[in-house]
Design a protein around this ligand. Structure first.
Ligand code: ADP
Ligand code: MG
Ligand code: MG
Length: 199
C-alpha cells in the first residue's frame, strides 16, 4: 500500500529531477516555444516541496491536491494549470484514504489525465505532455518501471509530430523534428513515481 510518505517522495524526487534537467527542458522549449519550460517547472516544484514540508498533509489525496494547487498558483505558463489539474484531480480521486493501492492510483491518475485532456483539449498525437502521460497510465497496471519506460518512449515519439496545441502549434509544420518539452517533463514526473517506489 502507498501512504502519504510515498506521495511526498514522488513530489520531492520529481522536484530533484526537474532541478537537474531544467536547462534541458528550457532548451527544448526554445525552438518550438518561449524557452521557459524548465524555469517554470523549477519554480513550481520548488514551491511544491516547500509547501509540503510546511503543511505536512497526512493522506495521499491531500499531498496531491496541495501540490496541484501550488503548481497552479506558482507556474505562469500553460504547464502550470495543466500539471496542477493533473495532480489535483488525481488527489481528489484518491479521496481521504490513509493508504491507497497501486490499482487505485492507476485509476486516479487516469482520471487526472482525462481532466488534463478536458482542460487543454489535447489528444494523443498532438505533441504535448499527453503523449507521455497516456501511455504511462496505460502501463501503470504492470509496474512503475513499465510506466516510466512508456512515458520516456512517449516523449521521444513526439519528435516527428506536428504540434496541434499550445505555443508550438503556432509554428505549424516547423514544429516537426523537435521533442516536446512538456512530454519530456511528464516523463520526469512518471520517473519520480518509480523512484518513490524504489524501482
Ligand atoms: P508556455 O507554453 O505557456 O510557455 P510551458 O513552456 O511551461 O508553457 O509548457 C509548454 C508545454 O505545455 C508544451 O510542451 C506541452 O507539452 C504542454 N501544453 C501546452 N498546451 C497544452 C495543451 N493544450 N494540452 C496539453 N499540454 C499542453
Ligand atoms: Mg514555454
Ligand atoms: Mg511561457
Amino acid at each position: 500500500m502507498l501512504d502519504a510518505d510515498f506521495f511526498r517522495r514522488w513530489m520531492t524526487a520529481t522536484a530533484a529531477s526537474v532541478d537537474r534537467e531544467a536547462e534541458r527542458l528550457t532548451a527544448l522549449d526554445s525552438p518550438i516555444g518561449d524557452a521557459d519550460h524548465g524555469s517554470n517547472l523549477q519554480r513550481g516544484f520548488t514551491a511544491v516541496t516547500a509547501v509540503l514540508q510546511k503543511e505536512n498533509p497526512d493522506t495521499p489525496g491531500a499531498v496531491l491536491v496541495l501540490a496541484g494547487r501550488q503548481l497552479i498558483s506558482t507556474v505562469g505558463g500553460a504547464s502550470g494549470p495543466l500539471y496542477g489539474t493533473l495532480l489535483r484531480r488525481t488527489g481528489k480521486a484518491l479521496g481521504d484514504d490513509a493508504e491507497v493501492g497501486e490499482e487505485q492510483l492507476a485509476e486516479a491518475l487516469r482520471a487526472g489525465v482525462d481532466a488534463v485532456m478536458a482542460l487543454g483539449g489535447a489528444a494523443p498525437g498532438d505533441k504535448t505532455m499527453i503523449d507521455a502521460l497516456v501511455p504511462a497510465v496505460e502501463a501503470l497496471g504492470d509496474s512503475f518501471t513499465a510506466a516510466r519506460t512508456a512515458a520516456e518512449q512517449g516523449a521521444l515519439a513526439t519528435t516527428p509530430m506536428q504540434a496541434r496545441k499550445g505555443r508550438a502549434s503556432y509554428l505549424g509544420e516547423r514544429s516537426i523534428g523537435h521533442q516536446d518539452p512538456g512530454a519530456t517533463s511528464a516523463a520526469l514526473l512518471v520517473a519520480g513515481l518509480a523512484e518513490a517506489a524504489g524501482e
